[in-house]
Write a protein that binds this ligand. Structure first.
Ligand SMILES: Nc1ncnc2c1ncn2[C@@H]1O[C@H](COP(=O)(O)OP(=O)(O)OP(=O)(O)O)[C@@H](O)[C@H]1O
Length: 583
C-alpha cells in the first residue's frame, strides 16, 4: 500500500463527498437487511395462520405491514445505493481526471532525454491503463469494501443473535470462497496482463502497418505482413483462451459454495425447526442472508486483487511523477531576449549514444545577423539549434545568450523568443490555420495569411476547397513535403520571435520557392537573429556569416565571398552545386 499513499492527498481533497458516500454506503447496507427479516415474518405469519395460531385477518394485517416495510426498505435501499454511486464513484472519476492531468503536465515538463528513454506506448499506457486501474481502487474497491464490512458486521451479528449454531454452518464455506476467489483473481490478473501485452503488440503492429502501408505496398510485402499479423493474432488468441478458461471457473466456484451454504442452512435449520429451536421463517431468512453475503465475500478476493493491481499501476505512475526534468528553469522572473548568441569552446555529447556531436565549437551571432550552418549529415548542425532552444543542457564549454549563460535565462522567456522550424515539420491533425497560429494564440486571420504569404505557401492553401480551414493529418489532407515545410516556416514567422532557427527546412522546396522565401526572410529578419541550417549553398550565400561543420568541428568560417575564394569544403560544395544547376 506504500505507493497508494500518494493518493491520500486526493482523498483529502474530496473528503466531504467521500465521507458522505461512506455514510450512505453504510445506511444502504443496513436497509438491505430489512428484506430478509420481513420475508421471514411473512413466512411465519402464513405458517401461524395455517397452524391456526392466528386468524385470517391478523395474518392479512401482518402481511400488509411486512409488504409495506419491504417496499419502503427496498426503495430506500435503492435510493441510498444511487447516492452511494453518485458520491464514491463520482469522486473516483474526479481523482482519475486529476491524476491524468497531473501525469500529462509532468510529461510536458520532462525533457527530450526522457522521451528518448521511454517508449510512446509506455507513456500512453501509464496515463490511460494505469490511471484506470488506480481509479478502481479509489472508487469501486472502496465502495465494495465498505459495503462488505458493513453487511458482514450487521448481518452476522444479527444472524448470531437469531440462531448462533445455524450461523456458523451457514457462513463456514464463505472464507473458503473468499480465499479461492482471491487466488483465482491473481491467476486472472496474471493472464490479463499477458493478454494486455499481446494486445499492445498487436496494436503497435497494426498501427505501423497502416502508417507504413505505402512502403509495404511498394515492396510487395502484403503477404509477409499478413503472416506476421496472423502469428501475433494467434498468440493473442491463445492467451485470451487461457484467460477465458480461468475466468470460467469464477461463477461455478461461487455457485458451488453458495450451494453448500444453502444446503447447510436447509439441513441444519430444518433439524433445529423440527426440534422447535427456531422459527420456520428463520430458515427462509437465513437462505436470503447467505445469498446476500456471497457476493460481498467473493468481492473480498476481487477487491484485494484490484488493490494489488492499483498498487502496481500507481508504482509505475509514481516513477514518472518523481522523475525530475533534466532542464530546469533556474530564473523565476522573465528575462527578455535580444538575440546575441555565442558558443565558446563548446563540446557536446549525447548521453544515450555517447556520440560527441560538437567538438570545441566557437562562434557568435549578433542580433539582426543571419548565420548559415553548412555541413554533411551527422556533422552536428541540428545539435547547435537544439542547444540554443535549451532542449539539452551544455556540459562542456559555454553557450551564452545576450552574454548570459543560457541556463540563467528564464526558460519560458528563452523559448518564447525562439521560432524553431525543425527538420521534420510536424503538423497536428487540425486545420492549416490553427497549425500556423500554434505558437501565437491571439493571432488574427490576417496575421495567419501574412505569415503564410511570407512562407510562400498562401497560394497553395487557397487552392484547397476549404482554404485555411482544411484539416490536415489522418482525418484530412496530406500536404507535400515542401508544403509542410512552408506551413512550419509560417508557424515560426507568425510568432515574430527574436531568434529564428531553420533546420534544413527548405530541403523539399524547389530553388525558385527557396529564393522567394529567402528574400521574404531577409526583410523579416532585419531585427532578428536568424540561423539557417542547410545542405545548399543557395540557402547560405546571403547570410552574414557561414560556418562549415565537419564531424562536430568548425572547419571553415566566414562570409560567402570569403569562403568561395578559399580552398576547402565550401568552395567545392559551391562549385558542385553550381554545376548541378547548370546541368
Ligand atoms: N537525440 C540524440 N541522441 C543521441 N544522439 C544523437 C541525437 N541527435 C543526434 N545525435 C547524433 O549526433 C550527431 C550529430 O547529429 P545532428 O542531428 O546534430 O547532425 P546534423 O548535422 O543535423 O545532421 P543532418 O544534416 O543529417 O540533420 C549524429 O551522429 C547523431 O547520430
Amino acid at each position: 500500500m506504500k505507493e497508494l499513499k500518494y493518493l491520500n492527498a486526493y482523498f483529502i481533497k474530496y473528503r466531504g463527498r467521500l465521507l458522505l458516500g461512506l455514510l450512505v454506503t453504510i445506511i444502504a447496507a443496513i436497509f438491505k437487511l430489512v428484506v430478509p427479516r420481513e420475508v421471514g415474518n411473512i413466512v411465519n405469519s402464513v405458517r401461524r395462520n395455517l397452524e391456526g395460531e392466528i386468524d385470517l385477518s391478523t395474518m392479512q394485517s401482518e402481511l400488509l405491514t411486512s409488504i409495506l416495510f419491504l417496499i419502503g426498505a427496498t426503495l430506500l435501499s435503492a435510493l441510498f445505493t444511487f447516492i452511494m454511486r453518485q458520491t464514491i464513484i463520482v469522486v473516483s472519476r474526479y481523482i482519475e481526471f486529476d491524476l491524468k492531468n497531473e501525469v500529462f503536465q509532468q510529461y510536458q515538463r520532462l525533457s527530450l532525454a526522457f522521451y528518448k528513454k521511454n517508449r510512446t506506448g509506455d507513456l500512453m499506457n501509464r496515463i490511460s491503463e494505469d490511471v484506470s486501474k488506480v481509479r478502481m481502487y479509489t472508487g469501486p474497491a472502496l465502495m465494495y469494501s465498505t459495503t462488505t464490512i458493513t453487511l458482514f458486521f450487521v448481518v452476522i451479528s444479527y444472524m448470531l443473535y437469531t440462531a448462533p449454531i445455524l450461523t456458523l454452518y451457514a457462513v463456514a464455506p464463505l472464507p473458503i470462497l473468499s480465499i479461492l476467489i482471491y487466488k483465482l483473481s491473481i491467476a486472472i490478473h496474471k493472464r490479463s496482463t499477458i493478454v494486455q501485452q499481446y494486445l499492445s503488440k498487436l496494436t503497435t503492429f497494426t498501427q505501423e502497418s497502416f502508417s507504413g502501408i505505402a512502403v509495404i505496398k511498394a515492396y510487395g510485402m502484403e503477404g509477409r505482413t499478413n503472416i506476421n499479423f496472423e502469428e501475433l493474432a494467434k498468440g493473442s488468441k491463445d492467451k485470451n483462451v487461457d484467460l477465458a478458461r480461468v475466468q470460467a471457473l469464477f461463477f461455478p466456484l461461487m455457485i458451488l459454495l453458495i450451494g453448500i451454504s444453502n444446503i447447510s442452512v436447509v439441513y441444519i435449520g430444518g433439524n433445529q425447526f423440527i426440534d422447535g429451536k427456531i422459527d420456520f421463517g428463520t430458515i427462509v431468512e437465513f437462505l436470503i442472508y447467505v445469498n446476500m453475503l456471497t457476493w460481498p465475500v467473493a468481492i473480498v478476493g476481487w477487491v484485494s486483487s484490484m488493490v494489488q493491481q492499483a498498487e502496481a499501476s500507481q508504482k509505475r505512475i509514481n516513477e514518472f511523477l518523481s522523475e525530475v526534468p533534466k532542464i530546469q528553469n533556474n530564473t523565476k522572473e522573465k528575462t527578455p531576449v535580444k538575440g546575441a548568441i555565442a558558443f565558446n569552446n563548446l563540446s557536446f555529447t549525447y548521453n544515450d549514444t555517447n556520440i560527441t556531436a560538437l567538438k570545441d565549437v566557437s562562434f557568435t551571432v549578433n542580433p539582426g545577423e543571419t548565420l548559415a550552418i553548412i555541413g554533411n549529415t551527422g556533422s552536428g548542425k541540428s545539435t547547435i539549434l537544439e542547444l540554443i532552444g535549451r532542449l539539452y543542457d551544455v556540459e562542456k564549454g559555454m553557450l551564452t545568450i545576450d552574454k548570459e549563460p543560457i541556463s540563467n535565462l528564464n526558460l519560458d522567456s528563452l523559448r518564447g523568443a525562439i521560432g524553431y522550424v525543425p527538420q521534420d515539420a510536424f503538423l497536428f491533425s487540425d486545420t492549416i490555420g490553427k497549425n500556423i497560429k500554434f505558437g501565437k494564440d491571439d493571432a488574427t486571420e490576417e496575421d495567419i495569411i501574412e505569415a503564410a504569404k511570407k512562407a510562400s505557401v498562401h497560394n497553395n492553401i487557397i487552392d484547397f476547397t476549404k482554404g485555411y480551414e482544411t484539416i490536415l493529418g489522418e482525418r484530412g489532407i496530406t500536404l507535400s513535403g515542401g508544403q509542410k515545410q512552408r506551413v512550419s516556416i509560417a508557424r515560426a514567422i507568425i510568432k515574430n520571435p527574436k531568434i529564428l532557427l531553420f533546420d534544413d527546412c527548405l530541403s523539399a522546396v524547389d530553388t525558385e520557392t527557396e529564393e522567394e522565401i529567402l528574400q521574404n526572410l531577409y526583410a523579416i529578419s532585419k531585427d532578428k537573429t536568424t540561423i539557417i541550417v542547410s545542405h545548399r549553398v543557395s540557402s547560405a550565400k546571403n547570410a552574414d556569416k557561414i560556418i562549415v561543420l565537419e564531424d562536430g568541428k568548425i572547419i571553415q568560417q566566414g562570409s560567402h565571398n570569403e569562403l568561395v575564394n578559399l580552398e576547402g569544403y565550401y568552395k567545392e560544395l559551391y562549385a558542385k552545386q553550381l554545376s548541378e544547376k547548370e546541368m
